[in-house]
Structure formats: C-alpha cells, structure tokens
Design a protein around this ligand. Structure first.
Ligand SMILES: [Zn+2]
Length: 169
C-alpha cells in the first residue's frame, strides 16, 4: 500500500478509496509449528518496539505474540527454534524483551543472504533504523544461529524456499 505509512496518511487514503477500517487492517501473525520433535516459531512480531525508546515508538502496534502463545498453552521457554524469515521490524521486534532473549531456550535460523544484508553498513537511508534495530536485537543471536540458503532444511521436514523480493531491501 505505502512505505512507512503514518496513520493520518492511511486514513486519508482509506476515506478516498471508500474502504472500511476493517478492510485496511493489516495484522501480522507469526506462525508456530509443532513438528512433534521441536516447537518452531516463524518470526516474532513487533514485540515491545512500541514501548521501547526506539525511533518507531508509537508507530508500531503492540506485539501480542507471548500472550497468544500462552493462550495456545505454550510458554516462551518452550520454543525450540526461532526462524526469522526476514529482518524487518515486525519480524524481529519480539526477539528480545527488556534486553534479554524473549525465547531463552531457542536456537535461531536466519537466511544467510538476509542476515548478511542487514549486517552491511551501506543500507539506504530509509532502512537505517531497521539496520540499527537488526544489529541491536538480531545479531546478538549469531552464536546460537544457523544460516541457511534456499533448498536447505530449516528443521527436519521443513525446507527453505527463496522468496526474496519484499526483502532484503
Ligand atoms: Zn517485511
């Protein structure tokens, strides 16, 4: 719809196009897969980014992942593997909580190309905040992570597919 939309801009667009508020809602829902051997979480949502003193404070909705995990009768420490599909804030925002790993017993899986992209220092200006966030809350997991490419096994029974385009960017 729009890059970095602000609510007033979205509202003007919504009114102009005649859409209802429900039609313009864009929730992002991380996926949890129990393989029978491991509990695998794909992405972590916004987490506490709304509350923490970040450049995006107040611009992102509250992440509800941990609360919703509990509704599914899981605790954060039950998660065995966190798979980060890409490095945008709404996918990595819940990796840490209060500076500590939100999923303390997990190992991590990143796409190698994606991880390398965000570690580079030459991202475009519009993505500088994203890079700083990635360096702060995703890179610290490198020593507990594996880095995969298309065709690799994410976990037994789940294979990585190259879907680049939306990111890295
Ligand atoms: Zn994204």
């Amino acid at each position: 719809m729009a890059a970095n939309p602000y609510p007033p801009k979205c509202e003007r667009w919504r009114v102009r196009t005649g859409l209802t508020r429900i039609a313009t809602s864009d929730p992002f829902i991380p996926s949890l897969v129990n393989t029978g051997r491991e509990l695998v979480l794909f992405d972590t949502g916004n987490g506490a980014l709304q509350r923490e003193p970040e450049a995006r404070r107040g611009r992102l909705p509250e992440g509800l992942l941990v609360e919703q995990l509990r509704q599914a009768v899981y605790e954060p420490q039950d998660v065995d593997v966190v798979v980060v599909t890409h490095g945008h804030p709404d996918h990595i925002g819940g990796l840490m909580k209060g500076g500590e790993p939100a999923f303390p017993n997990a190992r991590y899986v990143f796409g190698a190309t994606e991880f390398d992209f965000w570690k580079r220092s030459n991202v475009r200006d519009a993505r500088k905040f994203n890079r700083e966030l990635f360096m702060k809350i995703a890179v610290p997991f490198a020593d507990r992570a594996s880095f995969i490419k298309a065709g690799d096994e994410v976990v037994p029974g789940i294979q990585a597919v190259d879907a680049a385009g939306h990111s890295p960017e």
